[in-house]
Design a protein around this ligand. Structure first.
Ligand code: MG
Ligand code: ZN
Length: 368
């Protein structure tokens, strides 16, 4: 008896450890019914949009936020490989590529090994791909989905990698990183040779109705929503969907509300609310499409919270919303994940930010 138990015990221990270390989603997604497999995913990232930013916008909207139309909610832990508080490079990379890396790194492990993002897996599986953002297109969040560089500061390298990435649609600011470069390369000419329509204004963008699109709408970062950017993100989102949905294999689109984060850094409540409401409008366009299309999973989340905001005053009838910031930087608090559409139910409980990649990968039905 004694001999038997000492032989069996380690086996049980090993099985136990393997089962335990297998993440919940790996077991849950073993047999995903067809009705829960999305053909398209629209991932919307509010940079710096924690629960407090979401709730301030919900209050300011007089309880009329599109994000509230999502049917499922989870929480996502955002710490990076080298810090309790992530930056947008490591935070974006975790969601895009499923790995925790060091702050400041893009699409790479801490040892600088490049990894493949969900956008590139989608492309390699025959889907169309796109990103749309309210900052430079070469900024950390969009870069995490398209490129791999050891430092987010390498924005001219990031622009060069966009050229060779095979992405179908990208819309944001940052024209100068393609056409006013230190190395003198005119990447806008190269993009045209690679059959992209290169546009530099919203009306020009709206005129494009098929094919590949490089929307470099501003020389550098786009302005604030209420200082001239207007509906740029919503228009970019609907244009990207229109162009990407031409592919019978489906698409992947990442949309970022970039400046919610900058408002948090500035401790500016009105800026924070107007950027979150603008982001929510893009969420509404994604949800309207998903409601009609029925094969589209919409995921709304953040890479981290910014400003350590606390909601201290508000009124759902008047839309008054106010509070206090505790920091001019990011905080470590988990962020919400809202989902809608086929596969939405798999986003539940306390997730790691890296689980978002893993769930998207499994739900698409991709194989490594
Ligand atoms: Mg960002
Ligand atoms: Zn930030």
């Amino acid at each position: 008896m004694k001999k038997l138990s000492t032989q069996i015990l380690p086996v049980f221990l090993i099985i136990g450890i393997l089962t335990f270390s297998n993440n919940i989603f790996a077991q849950k997604t073993n047999s995903i019914p067809k009705s829960e497999q999305p053909r398209n995913i629209i991932l919307l990232i509010g940079d710096g949009m924690g629960l407090a930013q979401f709730y301030a916008a919900m209050t300011a909207s007089r309880d009329n936020l599109n994000i509230s139309r999502c049917t499922h909610i989870a929480l996502s832990r955002t710490f990076s490989a080298d810090d309790y508080v992530t930056d947008s490079g490591a935070g974006g990379t975790a969601i895009a590529c499923g790995i925790k890396t060091n702050n400041g790194m893009i699409g790479m492990l801490p040892d600088s090994t490049a990894v493949t993002s969900i956008l590139h897996y989608a492309r390699l599986n025959g889907k169309s791909t796109g990103v749309a953002t309210t900052c430079d297109i070469t900024h950390a969040t969009p870069a995490s989905f398209v490129t791999s560089v050891p430092s987010r500061k390498m924005e001219e390298d990031i622009a060069l990698q966009f050229l060779y990435s095979g992405i179908d649609v990208f819309i944001g600011g940052g024209f100068d990183n393609f056409a006013m470069r230190k190395d003198g390369l005119m990447l806008t000419d190269s993009l045209e040779k690679f059959s992209y329509k290169v546009v530099t204004s919203i009306p020009e963008m709206m005129d494009v109705t098929s094919g590949k699109l490089a929307g470099l709408l501003y020389p550098k970062h786009p302005p604030k929503f209420n200082e001239g950017r207007g509906d740029m993100l919503s228009l970019a989102t609907s244009k990207a969907i229109e162009l990407l949905e031409d592919n019978k294999n489906g698409f992947f689109l990442m949309v970022e509300g970039s400046q919610i984060d900058w408002a948090g850094h500035d401790n500016d409540v009105n800026y924070m609310i107007s950027e979150t409401l603008d982001f929510d409008k893009a969420v509404g366009i994604a949800l309207d499409y998903a409601e009609k299309n029925k094969e589209t999973l919409v995921i709304v989340t953040a890479d981290h919270e910014t400003g350590g905001f606390a909601n201290l005053e508000g009124n759902f009838s008047t839309g008054e919303a106010n509070g206090k910031f505790t920091s001019d930087n990011h905080s470590g608090i988990p962020v919400p994940v809202f989902t809608f559409g086929p596969g939405a139910m798999y986003f539940e409980g306390l997730l790691e930010n890296t689980d978002l990649f893993k769930l998207m990968f499994e739900l698409y039905g991709f194989k490594k």
